[in-house]
Design a binder for this molecule. Structure first.
Ligand code: APR
Ligand code: PHB
Length: 394
């Protein structure tokens, strides 16, 4: 088997890359170790930046978004039992965010890909990458007990944090930057209408909480918990009671409750690998960096990477120049680090850190007070939240 770009992983990064390449007349094949159903049903984040939405429209996969995406112009920061609205649009000259589940993004991209005759191999076993130090890279995998070898010009490692591409590179070639947070998020999906039209980020003495949604009838809620929290310690009634306490306001706010459809705990970390390329292997998305979910940046960052990679590959195939490919990592990392900073900052401002002393707690409240009362401070939050320009650094 032969193609121009072998893509490992059918998450947002891999699928979007394949689309962008297709639009530029470049062939690719996607190799994914999970089933199509698993990938499409995995519940993940759901906030799309303006730039992500624009790109999906541009490549012709914006129909579902147009029909069902919920456009938000602001969000609420809640602390000391009071809510404060951040007018995202007003502070950014009209930018918005769109609520649309990552699994919907995946489904729309997969449908379009298969409809256009694109190749995705799901349930590939023993996926491995070879030869990326030279000019003949290959992706090997087993399908129905048959060994396949995909020869290509380049490999895109879009296989997430736990994938095989990053660990296939000799460790000395990379530097890893890491921060693990001393808490996790317990997330639920509830069969009930959202309790507010916009997202609510809560800083509460008992821990962070977040109100989000997937549709006008489905609510997504999160609670800060211990990183290794056993979900079995959280019967539904306990989850609702804790959520109600953290969302409480002076005005008597109550969350609407409904049946819990899904619940899980996830850990939180910040992680970056540098550089994001080695020979003819290019890492994109979670394979190269992880952000804590507080700024809702993971998916958007993955999309920004592959946008740069697709452009660099298009430049190579049209002119033979490797100039942009050589700068891939440098271009991406400039933006990645700014988004890392923002995600870390939102996380630090809104979570309770057990080893913080009373001074730290007061400082944290002063920061929230500043961000919600100073126009320039809230403008900085808004600028980052709706998404920094995709091509910063290019
Ligand atoms: N071989 C093939 N595919 C693999 C392998 C492997 N060895 N290991 C992992 N994968 C697949 C995963 O099953 C997944 O479908 O790679 C894909 C990686 O997708 P994501 O983890 O979604 O990563 P990415 O596309 O970079 O998107 C980042 O996804 O994790 C969320 O919150 C994160 O929103 C962010 C976004
Ligand atoms: C979500 O809807 O899942 C969500 C929203 C905002 C975040 C993180 C997750 O910051």
């Amino acid at each position: 088997m032969r193609t121009q770009v072998g893509i490992v992983g059918a998450g947002p990064a891999g699928l979007m890359l394949s689309h962008l390449l297709h639009s530029a007349g470049i062939e690719s094949v996607v190799v994914e170790n999970r089933s199509r159903r698993y990938v499409e049903e995995r519940v993940r984040a759901g906030v799309l930046e303006q730039g992500t939405v624009d790109l999906m429209r541009e490549i012709g996969v914006g129909e579902g978004l147009q029909r069902e995406g919920l456009i938000h112009h602001g969000l609420e920061l809640r602390f000391s039992r009071r809510g404060h609205r951040i007018d995202l649009s007003g502070l950014t000259g009209g930018s918005t965010i769109t609520i649309y589940g990552q699994n919907r993004v995946i489904k729309d991209l997969t449908d379009a890909q298969l409809a256009a005759g694109g190749q995705i191999f799901f349930e590939a076993e023993d996926v491995s990458v070879h030869g990326f130090d030279g000019t003949k890279p290959t992706v090997r995998f087993r399908l129905d007990n048959t060994l396949n070898e995909l020869e290509c010009d380049f490999i895109a490692g879009c296989d997430g944090y736990h994938g095989i591409c990053r660990p296939s590179v000799p460790p000395a070639a990379f530097t890893e930057y890491d921060r693990v947070y001393p808490f996790g998020w317990l997330g639920i999906l509830a069969d009930v209408a959202p309790s507010s039209e916009e997202l609510i980020y809560v800083r509460h003495e008992r821990g962070f909480a977040l109100h989000s949604m997937r549709s006008p009838r489905i609510t997504r809620l999160y609670l800060q918990v211990a990183p290794d929290e056993d979900i079995n310690n959280w019967p539904d009634e306990k989850i609702w009671a804790e959520l109600q306490r953290r969302f409480e306001t002076e005005g008597g706010f109550r969350l609407k409750e409904g049946p819990i459809l899904q619940k899980a705990v996830t850990g939180m970390r910040s992680f970056v690998v540098e550089p994001m390329q080695h020979g003819t292997l290019f890492l994109a998305g979670d394979a190269a960096h992880i952000v804590p979910p507080t700024g809702a940046k993971g998916l958007n960052l993955a999309i920004a990477d592959v946008r740069v990679l697709a452009r660099a590959l298009a430049e190579f195939y049209s002119s033979g120049s490797r100039r942009m490919l050589e700068r891939y990592s440098e271009i991406c990392l400039r933006r990645v680090w700014k988004v890392q900073r923002f995600s870390w900052w939102m996380t630090s401002m809104l979570h309770i850190f057990d080893d913080d002393n009373p001074f730290d707690r007061r400082r944290q409240l002063a920061e929230l007070d500043y961000v919600t009362s100073s126009r320039v401070a809230s403008q900085s939050l808004a600028e980052n939240y709706v998404g920094l320009p995709m091509d910063w650094g290019a």
